[in-house]
Design a protein around this ligand. Sequence first.
Ligand code: PLP
Length: 491
Amino acid sequence: MKYRSTRGSQSESIDSPAAIIQGLAPDGGLYVPVDFPQPKVDLNDFVGLSYQETANTVLSWFFDDYTDQELSESVVAAYGQQFDDDQIVPLTDKTAGSYYMELFHGPTLAFKDLALQVLPQLMTRAVKDQGVNSDIVILTATSGDTGTASMRGFQDVEGTQVIVFYPHNGVSPVQLRQMLTQQGKNLKVVAVEGNFDQAQTNVKKIFGDQQFNEWLAGTGHQFSSANSMNIGRLIPQVAYYFYTYAQLTKRHEIKMGDKVNFTVPTGNFGDILAGYYAKKIGLPINKLICASNQNNVLTDFFATGKYDRNRPFYLTNSPSMDILVSSNLERLLFDIAGQDDAQVRKLMAQLASDGSYQINDDMKAGLVDFAAGSADEKEIQAEIKRVYDETGYAIDPHTAVGSAVAHRYQENDPDTPTVVLSTASPYKFPETVLTAINGKSKWTGLNAVNELNRLLGGQLPGGVAALFDLTPRQEVVVQPDAMKDYIQDNL
Ligand SMILES: *Cc1c(COP(=O)(O)O)cnc(C)c1O
């Protein structure tokens, strides 16, 4: 399996360990498989597999430059006791008509853990295999959840440092406390006076800054990424689509081969792209439903073929989806353009200069696998309440975006089972969940966590309980144009 840049030629393809170390391609593009694996998948074989076995199988399709032993050791280390559910990704059965794929049972309570527990394993093995001598600096822009999950994943991993940039005043109180209480000598976390798009754009610029990279190399370091632009983060996410499909079969909710819909609360388009990759290699998916919050640039894109980021940016109560420039859409564009890197370069140049681009009709035809919709703040609150009132099940605001969009979609397609990807625990956003259910809530932060726990009962997830005992570090705030200086001063 070789990987190439969406903006470069196939002749410059590299293998997966090299792509994982690099993160972003030097030309600014994203690494994608040159050819997708064509595994002889008998889905029946998946029905009896544990999550770990499923992940192992999927990783071995895409990352065949790793030995079986390397992959199985990575998977065992990644999906163990740090998850508070033996199934790792349980599928709820409390709700009628829809299923929620619970991706929040990891140490930082969002789906990011599924990839960021395994990425450090893959990265350190790649470093060894490739004989890389420099320290890896994981440069991360976060809309709230990647930050904590990457710090947690790389905590005290030898030969790595993590620098996380998050939008100042742009994350939830629990997300902030999580980031500021991560333990580890190799972790730095910095607020940027700006939004996620600015942080991500600057991180990408820093990756592409040749002079700065040379300076960095001179100090014995090199950059990599824990954002979903890293292919080593994306591929592990393919596994839970297969696992969930097998669970539905095992429970006799569907017959083997039946198609299902997956609804994905979307920001940077990573999670849903993993679903697209699952479909490409044979999983019977009907539609991948792209759910956006009020920042609904993707909803418009799927309706019109025009991507236009020239619009107001909203800070919402689903902050991890407050994104107007969805990085991973570039990988989809590459695919629906028939791997035409020149076309991708053209569209990305237009996005950089004009903030918009229009895809042609051929490419538009490639969007058939998707549907799209959005939910605003009011609809999100109403959906949290509807689900809670009908079933007693509490969903977080991001999941609620997916749930609301799925609910609307099902009116037109009532017969296809629909799985909503539940991307975060309600305990990460207790203020919004309480307000939705009770009409009003005066609690914030840890007080809101306690109040939500009183309402829902049961044990607090470990990742939240730990927050009560740890003292947060002081917040450090920089201007967007000072991110590079910060790195220079703090390595
Ligand atoms: C990151 C995140 C998303 C968006 O996922 P993408 O892969 O960026 O599309 C949705 N919900 C939550 C809770 C997240 O943390």
